[in-house]
Design a protein around this ligand. Structure first.
Ligand code: ADP
Length: 402
């Protein structure tokens, strides 16, 4: 049997197909430019020996429904999903679940309506996620569809961590609070870390660092999230590829008065022209590291990125009291020994002691990079949000007795 995982953008469908029950990945694909005359599908079929068969096609696709139709026909031809009835479920990544969704949820019309009501909280993401859900429900009517929310893992934050110190009516009337994102990744790596440490998730305290283009930190206490750096939106927290992260909230009013910028314009600047890109013109960490030697702005961007992460580690050590492990994941966290080393340097007295040889040479899905004697373990774990969504989808389908 098979399970499919879907992540929809406004004109794209990213998908993976997994075998069940072993969750081996069978295919991964991307359909882009939906709604245009040159929509294209690229798919990689994963062979058992670790090699791939790649294919790409171009043809007009009017909407996401036609996208799914195309995906199904390519998968049928490639004998990945020979018939729709082979699908035990379809898991959808949904960015914002608000306070309504604390766990993966089998989708019915009520769930669709609830996700729609959350659009004001995630106007950039939930509409595209919904587009995908509705098209998939129409194209695969008998197949259980499951929503897996980026926010769900952080629903365990205590009130003193999730409330902002603003008039309480803003929370009751407008749902203003910290939600946090990247939950599937923080959950996945925290489970992997516990297993690697030979402990139950309920007994470990971790600081998980998801450092990619978007970046966030979570404080995980006895297996549950108790604080995280992203907030009402994914804009809060760390310095990111193009997002500012934490700034003085009064900066908005000052700039709006000084420049005449509208709220929408300012929002765009803070989301897509700020962060590493705003500081040095580049948002790719590899390029920034390459240039940092002779380029003062690239060096500043790198310094700011690492400094902000270090500050959060310090504050989450205070939150957790005892930390078993620090976990690096995401494109930067998994691949950049330079960034890991700079973040951890100076934290030795807090028990974080990196072995630079191990740090420079680590590879594979999970690696320890701490010195043997370090009180806090430092791990590098390859995240796998898609496989985790597949696992949660199967679990939700079984739990619902479908
Ligand atoms: P997204 O949030 O889009 O999923 P990723 O998790 O793929 O992002 O991370 C993308 C980031 O990872 C980019 O800034 C990229 O430069 C960085 N990255 C990937 N490989 C390396 C590397 N070897 N060294 C430094 N940064 C890297």
């Amino acid at each position: 049997m098979r399970v499919a995982v879907i992540n929809c953008g406004s004109s794209s469908i990213k998908y993976e197909v997994f075998n069940t029950p072993d969750l081996a990945m069978l295919a991964t694909g991307l359909i882009e430019k939906i709604g245009g005359s040159e929509s294209c599908l690229r798919q990689r079929k994963c062979r058992a020996d670790g090699t791939f068969k790649e294919q790409s096609h171009t043809k007009p696709l009017a909407d996401h429904y036609e996208g799914f139709e195309f995906m199904a026909s390519v998968n049928k031809e490639d004998r990945i999903v020979k018939d729709d009835s082979e699908l035990v479920g379809i898991g959808h990544r949904v960015v914002h679940g608000g306070e309504v969704f604390r766990e993966p949820t089998v989708i019915d019309q009520e769930v669709v309506a609830a996700i729609r009501r959350l659009i004001p909280l995630a106007p950039l993401h939930n509409p595209s996620n919904l587009l995908g859900i509705e098209a998939a429900m129409a194209r695969f009517p008998g197949i259980p569809q499951v929503a897996v929310f980026d926010t769900a893992f952080h629903q365990t934050l205590p009130p003193w961590a999730f409330h902002y110190a603003v008039p309480s009516a803003w929370y009751t009337e407008y749902h203003v609070r910290k939600y946090g994102f990247h939950g599937t990744s923080h959950f996945y790596v925290s489970r992997e870390a516990a297993q690697h440490l030979g402990k139950e998730p309920e007994s470990v305290n971790l600081i998980t660092l998801h450092l990619g283009n978007g970046a966030s930190v979570a404080a995980v206490q006895r297996g549950v999230s108790v604080d995280t750096s992203m907030g009402l939106t994914p804009l809060e927290g760390l310095v990111m590829g193009t997002r500012s992260g934490d700034i003085d909230p009064a900066l908005h009013f000052y700039l709006m008065r000084q420049t005449g910028m509208s709220a929408d314009e300012l929002e765009k600047f803070l989301n897509s022209q700020s962060g590493l890109k705003g500081v040095c013109g580049l948002n790719d960490m590899r390029e920034i590291i390459d240039r940092a030697e002779g380029d003062a702005r690239a060096a500043l961007a790198l310094d700011m990125f690492c400094y902000r992460v270090k500050k959060y580690i310090g504050s989450y050590i205070a939150v957790l009291g005892r930390v078993d492990a620090l976990v690096f994941t995401g494109g930067i966290g998994e691949n950049s020994a330079t960034v890991r080393s700079r973040i951890c340097s100076g934290l030795e007295r807090m028990g974080i002691i990196v072995d630079e040889q191990r740090n420079a040479t680590c590879s594979g899905n999970i690696a320890s990079i701490h010195e043997e004697s370090a009180p806090v373990k430092t791990l590098v774990i390859r995240t796998d949000e898609e496989r985790e969504i597949a696992r949660q989808t199967i679990h939700a389908v079984k739990k619902a007795g479908l």
